[in-house]
Design a protein around this ligand. Structure first.
Ligand code: F6P
Length: 357
């Protein structure tokens, strides 16, 4: 009897349940009743505390379209995983639970932080297979993570809706898009949603240049302007600061949201009326889009295949539209930022979209 544990860790996204289902269906198809899957609650917390339960094929039925994760999730900072906290060695606890469960393999669905811990567990000798999830698309080793396209759809829809009201009122709108420290989501939604200005963390902006773009549009008789701004976007001045200086500068700011700060700076420079919309966690909610249902299912099936072949220590990744195994040690600790000369950036520039630089 094969014994497989599954957990979902970090911020949730669309397609987690579809991916779990893909793994489970592949395993049941191959092993029939000769496999027992266990669901581990709330990510690594469940593994640390031994919070798990046996699952049956029916648990994976009807969840393809469900958002969120049926297993629950939690954020466990990697740094805190490595140190003993309140007398608890978390890595030792996770190994204990794995051994107590007599697992043949632990399937982990997560993003960047999750993959650092997954690699650590793999190096500690646990059999681990992982799947790349996050709306940020910032995981090294895969062209795309699941959750990303669904979030692009939502952020694009926000930009589409903002367009109509911005046109009616002749206003400037800033839409703040998630993505943590990278700009994939903003870049894709910005182009798909017809933004006039797209600001990414990878391309520091000059507020005077953006103000000029807005004024020029006004002079040309264009009554509205839409800015898609990544939550992690940086000004040219901020980009020059060291990590410590940056933290200190941000701590002093009375307005924590980049969008509201930018709105104030642009309003005083252009005299235009500026509104801000922040869709926030809305971008991570709801059902996966068709693309993500397909991608999650492909990843799930490929992860199931790795388990069947007893090929451990890998993440399944998408490369040139093929799902391939990528060694965990190649993925862990690396951030996939937007290359400033990638095709999407070039497309934006060709269209005359300002990137604020
Ligand atoms: O990593 C996904 C993400 O939604 C980021 O885009 C965002 O910066 C962060 O999570 C928000 O984290 P939390 O859900 O902990 O507020």
């Amino acid at each position: 009897m094969k014994r497989i544990g599954m957990l979902t860790s970090g911020g949730d996204c669309q397609g987690l349940n579809a991916a779990l289902r893909g793994v489970a269906k592949t395993l049941y198809q191959h092993y029939g009743s000769d496999v027992q899957i266990f669901g581990i609650r709330d990510g690594y917390r469940g593994l640390i505390e031994g919070d798990y339960h046996p699952m049956a094929p029916a648990d994976f039925s009807g969840i393809l379209v469900q958002g969120g994760t049926i297993l629950g999730t939690s954020r466990q900072p990697f740094k805190k995983m490595q140190v003993e906290e309140n007398g608890v060695d978390k890595v030792a606890r996770m190994k204990e639970t794995y051994n107590k469960m007599k697992l043949d393999c632990l399937v982990i669905l997560g993003g960047n932080g999750t993959h650092k811990t997954a690699n650590l567990l793999s190096q500690e000798g646990l059999h681990v297979v992982t799947l790349p999830k996050t709306i940020d698309n910032d995981l090294w080793g895969t062209d795309m993570t699941f959750g990303f396209q669904s979030a692009v759809d939502i952020a694009t829809n926000v930009l589409d809706c903002i367009h109509t009201t911005a046109t009616s009122h002749g206003r400037v709108f800033i839409v703040e898009v998630m993505g943590h420290k990278v700009g994939w989501l903003t870049l894709h939604a910005g182009i798909a949603g017809g933004a006039d200005v797209i600001l990414l963390p990878e391309i520091p902006y000059d507020v005077d240049k953006i103000a000029k773009v807005l004024s020029r549009r006004n002079e040309m008789g264009k009554r509205f302007s839409i800015l898609a701004v990544a939550e992690g976007a940086l000004s040219k001045e901020e980009a020059k600061l060291s990590k410590k200086e940056f933290k200190a500068a941000r701590a002093k700011m009375t307005e924590p949201s980049i969008s509201y700060r930018l709105a104030g700076e642009l309003a005083s420079r252009t005299g235009q009326e500026i509104r801000v919309t922040i869709p926030g966690h809305f971008q991570r909610g709801g059902s996966p889009c068709a693309f993500d249902k397909m991608l999650s299912t492909r990843f799930g099936a490929a992860a199931g295949k790795l388990i069947i072949k007893e090929q451990y220590g890998y993440m399944v990744g998408l490369r040139d539209n093929k799902v391939v195994p990528v060694p965990l040690c190649e993925v862990a600790g690396k951030l996939k930022t937007v290359p400033v000369d990638c095709q999407e950036v070039k497309t934006a520039r060709l269209l005359g979209i300002s990137l604020g630089d």
